[in-house]
Write a protein that binds this ligand. Structure first.
Ligand SMILES: Cc1cc2nc3c(=O)[nH]c(=O)nc-3n(C[C@H](O)[C@H](O)[C@H](O)COP(=O)(O)O)c2cc1C
Length: 206
């Protein structure tokens, strides 16, 4: 308890100096498409450090519902992703270009992380809250990556949120795939953009 209080005092006295750092990281995080990555490898230890940050996401009832499947070889996942698309698409709807895009999506990435919410057994915690907590875990990864100069991409396209992917990952009926994260390095950093003015999103009550 004494140690916790001491830490709290430390953080409150240094808060001002951390704010510009975290502000810069948050504002500079960008969703960077895997094709923009340059093929350079991220050390596995850095990926592990990002997963450690993910584990510090807020969690209602300590359900800690975030789960990660990490591919150190993105091609292994991408080829599987493309196959799932082929196997689960009627021949008339199948588009060779989509197959090719999924197959090659990770060619220039370093790691791929599939993130899912594993539904806990605390009925008082609604499933949406476990999805929210998992999204916070993802944001921790993206921000940590930005701080390490790693480009990141959060995607939900292709087969990511389809039943076939859930089956592939052997997830339960109530589990949810929050997305796939591609990590790598990029030579260019896209500019950020917000379309709705912040004032329109805020209602201050004083
Ligand atoms: C739940 C969720 C799912 C997303 N899925 C995709 C996706 O499938 N493809 C994609 O290009 N971007 C996806 N994004 C990223 C957004 O496109 C991106 O955040 C948005 O363009 C704003 O850009 P920024 O993140 O660089 O500020 C997703 C973001 C969220 C929160």
């Amino acid at each position: 308890m004494r140690k916790a209080l001491k830490q709290l005092k430390y953080f409150s006295s240094t808060m001002d100096s951390y704010f510009p750092i975290i502000s810069t990281i948050i504002k500079n995080r960008r969703n960077i498409k895997p094709v923009m990555m340059n093929g350079k490898r991220i050390p596995d230890e850095h990926v592990n450090s990002l997963l450690e940050l993910a584990d510090w996401a807020p969690t209602h009832g300590y359900t800690e519902p975030w789960r990660f499947t990490v591919y150190a070889n993105p091609a292994e996942f991408c080829h599987q992703h493309a196959e799932l698309y082929k196997q689960n698409t009627a021949p008339n709807d199948f588009v060779e270009g989509i197959y090719g895009n999924l197959y090659n999506q990770g060619n220039e990435a370093s790691h791929v992380i599939l993130v899912n919410m594993k539904r806990g057994n605390l009925p008082k915690i609604p499933a949406i809250e476990e999805i929210e907590a998992t999204s916070c875990a993802i944001q921790n990864i993206l921000l940590g990556a930005t701080a390490l100069g790693i480009a990141s991409y959060w995607g939900t396209g292709g087969m990511i949120q389809k039943q076939a992917m859930k089956d592939f990952l052997q997830l339960g009926e109530d589990d949810h795939i929050a997305g796939v994260i591609y990590l790598g390095y990029a030579d260019e950093h896209p500019a950020g953009n917000r379309t709705v003015p912040l004032e329109e999103k805020i209602r201050w009550i004083k």
